[in-house]
Design a protein. Structure first.
Length: 391
């Protein structure tokens, strides 16, 4: 099968959406499919892979790390036609998604879209949040109507698409897969662990709460910082390790200083994916206060690494930890410190969650992900052909 991925996120950019696509690409190629990538052009960056088509793009002024692709599609259409694509799979609602939808219509191909991001939690990145919420919602609804089929990574996403966005095309729930053995099989020596901790000023006896992800307003890292002063009363050696980068770093550092825990909140900046298992294995528990996740893959990574997790009460988080089976839940922001204390003060509970953590991650294997996507592709091709015959 020849499949076209249309995306706003590809090399050299690095984020969770791209990781998901790369994982799917690898698994589909392993199953003897050809994947062609349609992505924005980055000045000075050149692809070695002939499967990648670069669309002219400009920097998005409201968020410089993103590129906005031009809307002229004749070159992309010619490339897509020459590769004899069977299906077009968009991983974006925006310019390249629109281009992908247009090419699908011109070539008579099925157009499937994966929902990766709850943009309603990211509106502050669009025109400095000056765009009226109702207009923003209308634009999103219009963009989603271009898809013939949808992939939703969770029930939370499917419900959102059906109820808020009024999507009426077929939606298949397929949880995103991860290379779990990258985390579960990683063995860290005491020396490596000590070296990592020493690098960031963490001592052997410190308790490390971990956050991994984009450092932005939508991730609610401020909740973790605000809960730290209360925790330090009972656990004076507790530290919050924030791994990642983003536009919220400066304000969060100021918040840590303002709340009196500046020395206990450590910002590492970006750490390459290859080194992330060291981060998990050097920490004591994983924390997530975000309610903007479509699925919460960092929580899956933490479970695969054998970490106990404390997460906010949200459908995406509850799906992963199966409503408390594989982790602890706090309902209100002010309950965060109490729930971390509940975990740390019960060594038996902590040990039990570590022992069962990997079991909670197994349903997110990359092999299962690839298998279910291929099954959906095959169903889509049959359904699309049947609809064409009727018309």
């Amino acid at each position: 099968m020849n499949i076209g991925f249309f995306t706003e996120c590809w090399d050299p950019q690095i984020n969770g959406v791209m990781t998901s696509m790369k994982n799917l690409q690898d698994e589909l190629i392993r199953r003897n499919n050809e994947i062609y990538i349609f992505a924005p052009r980055y000045k000075g960056y050149h692809d070695k892979d002939p499967h990648v088509f670069r669309q002219f793009a400009v920097t998005y002024i409201f968020q410089p790390e993103f590129k906005f692709a031009g809307m002229l599609r004749h070159k992309a259409l010619r490339f897509a036609g020459s590769k004899k694509l069977d299906i077009i799979h968009s991983h974006t609602e925006f310019s390249l998604g629109i281009i992908g939808g247009g090419i699908a219509r011109q070539l008579g191909l099925p157009f499937v879209m994966t929902f990766h991001t709850f943009w309603k939690y990211y509106s502050h990145y669009f025109m400095w949040d000056l765009l009226p919420k109702n207009l923003f919602r209308f634009i999103l609804k219009t963009l989603y109507k271009s898809a013939d089929y949808f992939i939703a990574p969770s029930q939370k996403v499917k419900s959102y698409l059906e109820n808020e966005m009024q999507v009426r095309v077929p939606i298949r729930i397929i949880p995103t897969g991860l290379k779990l053995n990258h985390f579960s099989d990683f063995v860290i020596t005491p020396r490596k662990k000590q070296e990592f901790r020493h690098k960031y000023g963490i001592s052997r006896d410190d308790t490390v709460m971990l956050f991994v992800g984009r450092v932005g307003k939508e991730k609610s890292i401020d909740v973790l910082i605000r809960g730290l002063p209360e925790l330090k009363k009972k656990y004076p050696r507790i530290k919050l390790l924030v791994v990642g980068d983003g536009p919220g770093s400066a304000s969060l550092k100021n918040l840590a200083i303002k709340t009196g825990v500046g020395d206990s909140v450590i910002f590492t900046g970006y750490i390459p994916w290859e080194q992330i298992p060291i981060v998990y294995k050097s920490s004591d528990l994983f924390t997530l206060a975000s309610v903007s996740e479509t699925q919460g893959l960092v929580t899956v990574e933490a479970l695969a690494s054998g970490l106990p997790v404390v997460v906010k009460d949200d459908p995406a988080n509850l799906d992963i930890i199966e409503r408390g089976k594989y982790g602890l839940i706090f309902k209100r922001d002010q309950d965060f410190s109490r729930m971390v204390d509940h975990l740390l003060s019960r060594p038996r509970l902590c040990r039990s969650l570590r022992e069962t953590a990997l079991s909670g991650a197994m349903k997110y294997s990359l092999q299962e992900f690839g298998k279910r996507v291929i099954e959906y592709y095959n169903w889509i091709l049959k359904d699309h052909a049947a609809k064409k015959r009727k018309n």
